[in-house]
Design a protein around this ligand. Structure first.
Ligand code: NAP
Length: 328
């Protein structure tokens, strides 16, 4: 199969491009600059590279030439200092430009990567694909708009569309969860509240196989799938598992949530108009208050999705990588 992967210089897209190449696909990777370090790894894996940007429709048409399946992984993901318009331009309009280019080029299917974050705080865990949609910030809002644009394209019969909503992607190459691992390793992670909210992680190798299934299983057309790891835990349990892997005691001190949340709101109020990155912001506090627990049984049943890297093993592999990189 000839496939295009957007976001291939990123964590997940890079894993996916290599996974698909190993599985025998002819992979083209959309990259913004050839000079990026990660491009070398893509070329080593046998991928070809197309220079392009979701903001540049013409580059997307060229990238889609003779492609059968597009895996749309690229997104603007919580970048400091970016306003709502920038998120919308990449996550919504960029998706629209890519869909147009794909249709023009005769692409058969697009796997659109959304996020489980479109469900926001999960009131009744575990959430299925039909749980309420409650995006909590501009990133999640524009991810939801992007998935709606993609789904509408599919419903209009313009392309086969499959929407994937990954949950908490971790593994070697990720640096988002580094803050958590490092905070625990250095015994500087503040625990807010009782740690009883749920947290759900998905090991990246399991996830990219889920994407491949979305791109290949005939019955997936028009469907939306949560792609989540084998189990969720409370935040307290997750922190304890990471602490045990790192050989340290889990944090004992627990601070009350709301004073810290208020301090975050104040920091945002002062810093954001001045375009300064706030030292504390509400989303960081919400890490301790929002429950994320998902039910991936639709993907298991319909796609044969079988995430089998358990949490202890995934945490171990991730820790080994952080250590090799000298990050911990
Ligand atoms: N990480 C998670 O826990 C998580 C959870 C749920 C869903 N997701 C979704 O999974 C996907 C991948 O996430 P990730 O963590 O792997 O992200 P990442 O490492 O930040 O990678 C983002 C990728 O998007 C590319 N990109 C951004 N703007 C672009 C543009 N205008 N044109 C072309 N490419 C552009 C980046 O290119 P450059 O390298 O040039 O910047 C990079 O390759 C995203 O769609 C995200 O919303 C992530």
């Amino acid at each position: 199969m000839r496939v295009l992967v957007t976001g291939a210089t990123g964590f997940t897209g890079g894993w996916l491009a290599r996974h698909l190449a190993n599985a025998g696909d002819t992979v083209r990777a959309l990259v913004r600059h050839v000079s990026q370090d990660r491009v070398g790894r893509l070329l080593d894996a046998g991928a070809e590279v197309a220079i392009g940007d979701l903001g540049d429709a013409r580059s997307l048409e060229v990238a889609c030439h003779q492609i059968e399946v597009v895996y749309h992984i690229a997104a603007m993901y919580r970048m400091a200092g970016q306003g709502a318009a920038a998120y919308r331009d990449v996550n919504v309009e960029g998706t629209r430009r890519l869909l147009e280019a794909a249709q023009t080029a005769g692409v058969r299917r697009i796997v659109h990567c959304s996020t489980g974050g479109v469900h926001g705080h999960v009131e009744r865990p575990p959430a299925t694909e039909d749980a309420p949609l409650a995006p909590g910030d501009i990133y999640q809002e524009t991810k939801l708009e992007g998935e709606r644009v993609a789904r509408a394209w599919g419903e209009a019969g313009r392309l086969e569309v499959v929407v994937a909503r990954p949950i908490g992607i971790y593994g070697p190459g990720d640096t988002r969860f580094l803050k958590l691992f490092r905070g625990i390793a250095r015994r500087r992670l503040p625990m807010l509240g009782n740690g009883g909210v749920f947290y759900h992680l998905t090991y990246v190798a399991d996830l990219v196989e889920g994407f491949r299934l979305c791109g290949t299983v005939p019955a997936a057309v028009g469907r939306t799938y949560l792609l989540a790891g084998p189990r969720y835990t409370t935040l307290r349990e997750l922190v304890a598992l990471i602490a045990s892997e790192l050989g340290v005691d889990p944090p004992r001190l627990a601070l009350p949530v709301w004073p810290v949340w208020l301090a975050g709101a104040l920091c945002e109020l002062v810093c954001v108009p001045l375009r300064i990155e706030p030292p504390l912001y509400r989303r960081r506090v919400e890490f301790y208050t929002k429950s994320r627990a998902f039910d991936a049984s639709r993907a298991r049943r319909e796609l044969g999705f079988n995430p089998n890297v358990d949490l202890e093993d995934g945490i171990h592999r991730t820790t080994v990588w952080y250590r090799e990189q000298g990050m911990l």
